[in-house]
Design a protein around this ligand. Sequence first.
Ligand code: C2O
Ligand code: CU
Length: 539
Amino acid sequence: LNLTKYVDSLPRIAKIRGYGIRHGRPVPIKLTIGMYSKTWQFHRDMPPTPVFVYGQSLQTATFPGPTIVARQGVPLAVEWQNHLPDAHILPWDPKVPTAIPKKGGVPTVVHLHGGAHPPEFDGHAFAWFTRDFAENGSTWTRKTYTYPNVQAPGNLWYHDHALGLTRVSLLAGLLAAYVIEKPELEDPMNLPCGDHDLHLVIADREFYTNGSISIDREWKPEYFGLVITVNGKAWPYLSVQRRRYRLRILNASNARYFNVTLSNGALPFTVIGSDSSYLSRPVTVSNLVLSPAEIFDVIVDFSRLPAAMTEIEMLNTAPYPFPNGPNVTDPNLDGKVMLFKVAGKGKVDDMPDKSKVPEHGVPYASVAALPPPTTTRYIVLYENQTAPGNLYINGLRLEDPVTETPKSGTTELWQVINLTGDNHPLHLHIATFQAIKMTKIEGFQVFKDCMIKNNNTATCNLDQHAVGPVVPVPEEEKTWKNAVKIPPEFMTSVVVAFRLVEANQPYPFDATTEPGFVYHCHILDHEDNAMIRPLKLLP
Ligand code: C2O
Ligand code: CU
């Protein structure tokens, strides 16, 4: 495929309001959102691509699906309906532990990524169901999920989570954004809004010449595509005015990391939030590194562009696998993401720009203000040697007995040790967390060999290996996140809060019920096979 770049304009993703209004006040509602099989035009010159997508109807379903805009404090009920055909449009590997219905159909289950909600609404990997709920997995209990939306305002997303199919079902298109708003807190910040506030959902794909998405049947450690799509278009462009825009950038790729700039730093990003939290104060940077599932909420001020410049590109320089992979992004291909066409000076504005870059963000409970960690856990990422190629956590699989059982309401310190050559995005369900430092593991090979043999951090003298140097966490990542990057050959210290960080209080619901939660690597190929473990909260 040889596609001309910047010929399709960036689609604006449709929004669905996740609450009703009665007597001028927001009230709970119930939505019905389906998963549909249809075709999608990823580029002007490409044949239509078969996709699986979310929408309120077949006609309105899109890649990515509609953005749900919920209100803090107003619960939202969603009946997720599966209208998918008898077989998946993409091949999957039966050697990977996978949900396989007896009567056929595509198993699906929806997870609200970044959401604080009880386990029964979490989209557990075994809580899958097929078309019309004809068949379901062992932990399925209900058709309708209710999201309490009690957490801080921020950027979440929803996507499929069925056992062993996450990588192919997201690749097919079952992914979309979700926003929790809190106007009392956000309106005074005076951020760019309306037409000047948009999502950029970035995802790489590989296509056959007939338009279908290409992925090997056999499981591979990472899926990479050379076509970069944003909001469902390959290398789109967006016409902008010379004013501030709020861009909510989500890396929804399976495995590709992005290190993005705006024309090599011609304009900076002012980061106001990451994942489901704001920063406590905005941070201005020239580049942003996004792991899969990571979100940066940024302000870009196009009025600062020199008058002579009318075009600015979003570029990517991340090697893959990240950060040491043998593959270098091609500056003419996957090194390009999208183009901003900036209106000429003087032609300018539909409206004067009254937005601001706020001086302060949202003051969450700091790490120090939370109850001190009750437990320190060692979470070790490495390849399992008896099942070569498989990536495990602490040498264990999802099916092995639960070992992470924090008490609901507490905080913990997770020392995440990466013995592989790649960066892995750590994602925990329900919790929010932040990395506080990264400590280099000295005598790496000795420690790694010992761990592979003994799988025990004490036997392998972790204390004598995790001795530095210490690398600080970038300022734009210092907030309560839902995905943190775990660099190779480091021990990353992560404070995990099993409570609401904005209010600094325990969850106002029971988080300890069955079937519990999971935590995993958000490289989807790793998550499926089998860098995923159960997480069970105790009372
Ligand atoms: Cu975004 Cu368990 O996933
Ligand atoms: Cu991984």
